[in-house]
Design a protein around this ligand. Structure first.
Ligand code: AMP
Ligand code: MG
Length: 329
């Protein structure tokens, strides 16, 4: 059944969102990372609708969003003290923590696993919605395998007809999905890098494994899928000069290429087609998904800048390498 999809300012739409969640329906809500497609995390039937709306494989688990750190007790069991140490520093924020699952959480949320991912988003409307209805199981509000949405319009472009209400709170401030940290393994392990970096986590926890991603595939089925891919050919450029060379080659073949780069290389990129990522690494992170969505609408070959540093630069590159399907020029 096709739904009429409405974008409503978060403040105005909140009451309706609360009643939709209580009725077991879906609502798109804003967070600081990307927009989420939420359902009552205790209601398995409601959560199933998320997978249908996105076309998401059932073996890809969801994150449960909470309104306060204490609410974790409803979601998880045997919560280690590290969770509350991390909460003091990073909650609300772009950090998701994987914990042993409570019986109250249906297996459709965790893709059949015994662990559950929990996050407290840094958006007051998201938290109010959760506090007034229920913890929200949610993935990013894009069609499965497409680039994550950082505006209400991105969500509308992907999910029109699949969801009734999109709460709009403007563009997301962070711009890429949360860091996922597994606290159920012997050493805390980063399963997905994000704005809360390994360096920041190590300051609180002492040691953090960065190789969790490779080691923990069974625990996080999400990782085996190609995420975040634009609809047109996308390559990552080793350097601005290799990007320009590839661009000119594509142009000679009759293609319509575009550079997705920061403004700091204008002297090299000159008057070639460009979608700007801003100036700093934070700008790049905030703008990258929006830039990829703009680029795929207008051009047929995307050539995107690579960042070389640690910290958030490494997290952003995790997404960019996936977007490019590993193709580097
Ligand atoms: P997303 O894929 O961004 O739309 O949000 C959900 C993501 O959270 C998944 O793809 C996983 O990477 C991660 N996740 C959720 N639950 C778990 C879990 N139990 N263990 C590990 N990672 C998880
Ligand atoms: Mg996603």
């Amino acid at each position: 059944m096709e739904l009429e999809t409405r974008i409503v300012k978060a403040e105005k739409g909140l009451d309706e969102a609360v009643s939709l969640i209580k009725k077991g329906e879906l609502v798109v809500f804003p967070t600081e990372t990307v927009y989420g497609l939420g359902a009552d995390a205790f209601n398995g039937k409601a959560v199933e609708k998320i997978f249908a709306a996105k076309g998401r494989p059932q073996d890809n688990p969801l994150i449960v969003h909470i309104a306060s750190p204490e609410q974790v007790r409803d979601i998880a069991v045997d919560v280690p003290s590290e969770f509350f140490l991390l909460a003091q520093k990073f909650m609300p924020g772009a950090l998701t923590v994987v914990l042993p699952k409570s019986d109250k959480i249906p297996f459709v949320v965790t893709a059949g696993g015994n662990t559950v991912a929990v996050r407290m988003p840094d958006n007051k409307y998201a938290r109010e919605l959760i506090a007034r209805s229920a913890p929200l199981a949610a993935p990013s509000a894009n069609r499965s395998k497409h680039v994550s949405p950082t505006t209400a319009q991105h969500v509308y472009d992907d999910l029109k007809g699949e969801v009734g209400l999109i709460l709009d709170d403007g563009p997301c401030g962070v711009g890429i999905e949360s860091t996922v940290l597994d606290l159920t393994s012997e050493m805390p392990a980063i399963l997905r890098p994000g704005a809360v970096t390994a360096e920041m986590l190590a300051e609180v926890l002492g040691e953090v494994s960065l190789h969790g991603k490779e080691l923990k595939i069974a625990k996080s089925p999400g990782m085996k899928y190609e995420h975040y891919a634009p609809k047109v050919t996308t390559v990552a450029a080793e350097s601005v000069s290799s990007a320009v060379e590839y661009y000119d080659g594509m142009l000679a073949e009759g293609k319509h290429p575009v550079l997705v780069f920061r403004d700091i290389y204008r002297d090299v990129t000159q008057d070639r087609n460009l979608v700007s990522l801003g100036v700093t690494a934070e700008d790049y992170m905030r703008n990258v998904y929006s830039a990829l969505r703009t680029a795929e609408k207008l051009y047929d070959v995307i050539i995107i800048e690579t960042l070389k540093g640690a910290g958030i630069e490494r997290s952003v590159m995790n997404r960019v390498v996936k977007a490019a399907g590993g193709k580097i020029v």
